[in-house]
Write a protein that binds this ligand. Structure first.
Ligand SMILES: [Zn+2]
Length: 456
C-alpha cells in the first residue's frame, strides 16, 4: 500500500506520439482563433461538419446541437441515452483573453507618425505589450451596414503594428517608476503610419494618408471606427519551445486551451448515459458580465429550448440543479525563477497533468467557489480510474494574490462545479507557455468527465 501522496510527470505516463500529434491540431487552432468571434466561428464550422444542428433553427439532428449568443459565446451539446431530465455533464471555458482594444475614435497623429488610441482589456502587465509585433483583429460595420472582418498582421507579407517604448538612454525617470506605472494606459498606442499626404501647410497629413489607404483598400471612413470591435493581439503563430519541443508558446492559451480540449473531447466521445455539453463564454477576464458573459441567462435559454424539443415540461433550472461541471480554466504552474511566490506542496507543477482546483479566491478564500469533498472524491476517482495524469493545485501562496473563474457563476445555478485545467507559465503575458503533456492530460480528463461522470 502506497501511503504517501505523490504526483508523476505526465510525460512518464502518456503515449508521447499521441501527445505530440494532439499538440499539432491545437497549435493550428490557437494560431487561427485569436478572438472570441474567431473561436466561435472555428467551432461552429467544425460542429456543422460533424452534424450538429442549431438549437434555434429547425435543424435535422436529434442529439447533437449548438447555439451561439452574440457572436462570442457558444454552447455545444451531445445527448446521452437518458433524458435531459437527469442533468448534464458540462465543461465550461472562456474564449476571451487579455489584449489591447482600439478605442471608438482612435486615429491621431503627432510628430509625423499616425497612431491609434487604445483601451486595454483584462489583467495585463502593460509593459509586456510594447515593442512586440501586434496584429489587428475584429469587425467593423461600415456606413452602409456592411460588416467587415478584419485580420491584418498574421501573414508574413502583411504589416504589423508596434507600440513604442522609451530608449534606455532617456528612461532614467521611467525606470524609477512602479511597474504598474512604467507604461501608462494611454501609452499603449500603436504606430500605424508615417507618410504625409497633401500640401505641407495642411493639418493632419499623416492621419489623412492612413485614412486614404483605409478607404481605398477597405472602404472604411473614420466614422466607421465608432461601430467597430478592433483589438491588437500578438502577431504570428504558436511555436514549439525547447530542444525537446515539449512546450507551446502562444497568445491566448488562457483560456482557449480549455475551450479547445473541451470541444475536442465532446466531438471525440460517444456519451454514455447523461448528456454532455461544452459552454464557451466571453468577458471572463472582466467579470463575466453582459449578454455573452457567464452571468447571462443564455445557458438557461438554450437548455430550455432543448428541453422543449425533447417534449419535456420542466424548467432549465431543474435540469441545471441535476448537473455537474468542470470549470475549465488555466492555473499557474510553479515558476522556478519565482519559486518564492508559490507554495510548493500545493501548487501545480508544469507537466504534471491537469490541475484540479478545489477552491479559488483571494486571501482568505474571498469570493471563492469551493467544491465539496464529495465532489472532489468523485473527480479524483474518475481521473484515477481513467489513468489521467492529474494534480491538485491552488493558485500561489495564500497572501500572494488570487483569482477566480466562471465556477462561482455556475455553482450559483446549482451545478456541482470544480475547476480543472492545465497550469501555465507566464499566464496573461502576450506569449504564454503550455506543456504539451498538460494539454493532452486536460483533453483526457475532460473526455472522461463528459462521457462517464455520474455524481448526482
Ligand atoms: Zn482564464
Amino acid at each position: 500500500m502506497e501511503l504517501e501522496y505523490k504526483t508523476k510527470n505526465a510525460w512518464e505516463i502518456l503515449d508521447r506520439s499521441s501527445v505530440f500529434s494532439f499538440a499539432e491540431d491545437y497549435k493550428h487552432f490557437i494560431s487561427e482563433a485569436k478572438t472570441e468571434r474567431e473561436a466561435v466561428n472555428f467551432f461552429r464550422k467544425e460542429a456543422q461538419l460533424q452534424g450538429f444542428a442549431d438549437i434555434f433553427s429547425q435543424g435535422t439532428s436529434d442529439r447533437m446541437f449548438y447555439a451561439v449568443e452574440g457572436y462570442k459565446s457558444m454552447l455545444l451539446i451531445k445527448k446521452g441515452k437518458s433524458s435531459l431530465e437527469n442533468g448534464i455533464n458540462f465543461v465550461f471555458a472562456h474564449l476571451d483573453s487579455p489584449r489591447v482594444d482600439i478605442k471608438q475614435n482612435p486615429l491621431y497623429e503627432g510628430f509625423d507618425v499616425a497612431m491609434l488610441r487604445t483601451h486595454y482589456y483584462g489583467g495585463i502587465k502593460k509593459y509586456q505589450w510594447v515593442t512586440i509585433p501586434l496584429a489587428l483583429h475584429g469587425v467593423i460595420i461600415l456606413k452602409e451596414g456592411k460588416k467587415l472582418e478584419v485580420c491584418v498582421g498574421e501573414m508574413p507579407d502583411e504589416p504589423v503594428f508596434v507600440i513604442s517604448d522609451l530608449l534606455p538612454h532617456l528612461a532614467r525617470k521611467q525606470m524609477e517608476a512602479n511597474a504598474k506605472e512604467v507604461i501608462a494606459g494611454e501609452a499603449l498606442d500603436p504606430i500605424v503610419g508615417s507618410i504625409p499626404e497633401g500640401e505641407e501647410k495642411e493639418k493632419d497629413r499623416f492621419k489623412k494618408h492612413v485614412l486614404n489607404i483605409l478607404y481605398e483598400k477597405y472602404g472604411i471612413i473614420e466614422e466607421d471606427f465608432l461601430s467597430a470591435e478592433l483589438t491588437l493581439v500578438p502577431a504570428g503563430s504558436a511555436r514549439d519551445v525547447g530542444f525537446d519541443r515539449s512546450i507551446i508558446a502562444s497568445y491566448g492559451h488562457d483560456d482557449r486551451i480549455c475551450a479547445y480540449t473541451g470541444v475536442r473531447a465532446l466531438f471525440d466521445t460517444e456519451m454514455n448515459n447523461k448528456a454532455a455539453a461544452v459552454v464557451l463564454f466571453d468577458k471572463e477576464e472582466i467579470g463575466s458580465e453582459g449578454i455573452t458573459g457567464a452571468q447571462s441567462d443564455f445557458l438557461e435559454y438554450a437548455i430550455e429550448e432543448l428541453a422543449k424539443r425533447e417534449g419535456l415540461r420542466i424548467s432549465a433550472r431543474s435540469i441545471l440543479h441535476k448537473s455537474s461541471a468542470i470549470s475549465g480554466d488555466v492555473n499557474a504552474a510553479i515558476d522556478p525563477i519565482y519559486r518564492d511566490t508559490f507554495e510548493e506542496q500545493n501548487n501545480a507543477v508544469f507537466g504534471r497533468g491537469i490541475a484540479v482546483t478545489k477552491f479559488t479566491g483571494l486571501g482568505g478564500k474571498s469570493g471563492a467557489s469551493d467544491a465539496s469533498a464529495e465532489l472532489v472524491f468523485a473527480v479524483r476517482k474518475l481521473l484515477n480510474d481513467n489513468n489521467v495524469p492529474w494534480q491538485m493545485a491552488e493558485l500561489g501562496k495564500v497572501d500572494a494574490g488570487g483569482g477566480g473563474t466562471v465556477a462561482k457563476f455556475m455553482a450559483k445555478r446549482g451545478i456541482e462545479t470544480i475547476d480543472a485545467g492545465p497550469a501555465l507559465l507566464s499566464m496573461h503575458a502576450p506569449i504564454e507557455l503550455a506543456s504539451k503533456a498538460d494539454l493532452y492530460s486536460t483533453y483526457l480528463g475532460y473526455k472522461a468527465f463528459l462521457k462517464n461522470f455520474d455524481f448526482k
